[in-house]
Design a protein around this ligand. Structure first.
Ligand code: FAD
Length: 457
């Protein structure tokens, strides 16, 4: 027997279009597939509660799919810098393959492991699996990272077409006997008491199979109307975000499916949809150049912004959807119940916290991080900073969404609000916790003050 190949899966929990797995099959030796629960080791951001729920389901689905093809999923916990080399020793691996990740802590871990393996003459290779346009490949004419989406997007379109997806291997030569594996249940990823995940169970089926089913449903039912996606009650977006986050579907698969066989009305909207998919890639470019995106203002002048100290109960009212502003409350309740929120409403709820309550964007980012099943280390802080005005934006001005006007425009008949806030319009519904007009004026004054302090005017 030769030396087995270890395939280390991370944010790429799929069998199809998985370059690391594909190359491992090509290598022709028995395969071990491992997932390591790294938690907060070496500065990694610990997963939020909803993401942990998703991860449990996703690993279950992946384990079943691997099993059907002849390989097991080995689960290990701890610091990957020791766990991976230990497993290499244990199975006598001759090669370790993985798909790249882009956060700073993760890159440092991967680099340390790679150099340790190379010192022992063990092959270690990383592949491009999670982004079509890796951060260092798309740069401005002067060789710096793009700070604005539209020119970044144009530069992506000038690149050669992203590669075609690799087919899923039909059969895998899993190493026998299999290495011992943790019991997934022992990882405690699921809630115990209280069991807050019933809304997630009703709403989602994680896993690779369902990711492709969601894409097909979207293409069949909604792609042709993608331009009208801003109406939360219609719910006509793709719902692919958690599947992309956990890599149950790759952006290459999405890209080529949507560039493939479509009707004329679908084709007319395909570019608009793929543009959104590229926003995800842009956020990774921003994260790559700004590793502290979740904790530090992208625009340093915002360091001088005077955030309010929240009144007791204020943050909780926002989190629980009890602000007395119906569109904000509907969005926050949708988030808590289902682990997602419509994009338009994400902007409105974030703007309300930051602009009307003057609460630091990091407070909201952390809540979304904990509650979203698509919580993404680049897109969550990237979008929060965009709403705050402190982020990467073409025309950074201090936009304050008026949640009442937004509801008039995007939930004209109140269907979305009624779905999530059934008591709206009755005596049980609270009065608005702030005056929208006065708080908007206060926010604009705080913004002007910040600019003065930062010497911008
Ligand atoms: C405050 C705030 C926080 C957000 N946090 C996240 C997050 O943690 N994870 C996340 O994936 N998206 C986040 N978004 C972006 C966006 O709201 C979601 O990607 C979208 O709602 C997911 O639904 P969908 O898959 O049906 O989207 P679709 O409209 O069908 O879009 C297809 C895909 O494109 C990508 N995409 C679309 N819009 C954006 C965007 N603005 N930024 C980055 N990628 C985008 C997503 O991968 C999405 O799945 C956030 C937006 C805001 C305003």
């Amino acid at each position: 027997m030769g030396s087995p190949t270890l395939v280390w899966l991370r944010d790429d929990l799929r069998i199809g279009d998985n370059p690391a797995l594909h190359k491992a099959v090509e290598r022709g030796e028995p395969i071990v597939v491992v997932y390591v629960l790294e938690d907060d080791s070496r500065g990694l951001r610990p997963l939020g509660a909803a993401s942990r729920w998703w991860l449990h389901q996703s690993l279950t689905a992946l384990g079943d799919d691997l099993e059907k093809r002849g390989a097991a999923l080995t689960l290990r916990t701890g610091d990957a810098v020791t766990v991976i080399p230990d497993l290499v020793d244990e199975i006598g691996a001759g090669a370790v393959y993985w798909n790249r990740r882009y956060g700073k802590a993760a890159r440092e871990i991967d680099t340390a492991i790679k150099s340790g393996l190379h010192e022992q003459d063990i092959e270690a290779h990383s592949f491009q699996g999670s982004l079509m346009f890796e951060p260092w490949t798309i740069q401005t004419g002067s060789g710096t990272p793009f700070k604005v989406f539209t020119p970044f997007y144009r530069a992506c379109l000038e690149q050669p077409e992203p590669r075609h997806p690799y087919p899923a291997p039909k059969q895998l030569d899993g190493l026998k006997p299999e290495p011992k594996s943790d019991d997934l249940g022992s990882w405690g990823l699921l809630p115990t008491k209280p069991d807050w995940a019933s809304g997630l169970r009703d709403r989602w089926v994680p896993g690779e199979h369902e990711a492709h089913a969601a894409l097909e449903r979207f293409i069949g039912d909604d792609l042709a109307q993608y331009n009208d996606r801003d109406f939360p009650a219609d719910d006509t977006t793709s719902h692919l975000s958690p599947y992309l986050r956990f890599g149950e579907i790759s952006p290459f698969q999405v890209w080529h499916r949507v560039r493939g066989d479509l009707s004329a009305p679908q084709r007319a909207q395909a570019a608009g949809f793929l543009r959104e998919v590229v926003w995800r890639e842009f956020n990774y470019t921003v994260l790559f150049a700004n590793p502290d995106l979740a904790t530090s203002n992208y625009r340093p002048e915002f360091d001088a912004f005077e955030w309010a100290t929240p009144e007791p109960g204020e943050v909780e009212a926002w989190q629980q959807g009890k602000t007395g502003i119906p569109l904000v409350d509907a969005g926050m309740r949708e988030l808590w119940s289902s682990g997602v929120m419509h994009n338009r409403v994400r902007m409105v709820t974030a703007s309300f916290l930051i602009k009307n309550l003057l609460i630091d964007w990091r407070v909201g980012e952390q809540w979304f991080w904990d509650c979203l099943v698509d919580a993404d280390e680049a897109s969550n802080p990237g979008n929060w900073q965009w709403v705050a005005g402190s982020g990467a934006d073409a025309a950074p001005y201090f936009r304050v969404f008026n949640p009442v006007l937004q509801a008039d425009k995007f939930d004209k008949h109140g269907e979305y609000i009624r779905q999530w806030v059934p008591e709206y319009g009755t005596d049980d519904y609270p009065e608005p916790m702030v005056d929208l007009k006065a708080s908007r004026a206060q926010a604009l004054a705080a913004y002007a003050d910040m600019r003065t302090k930062a010497g911008l005017k």
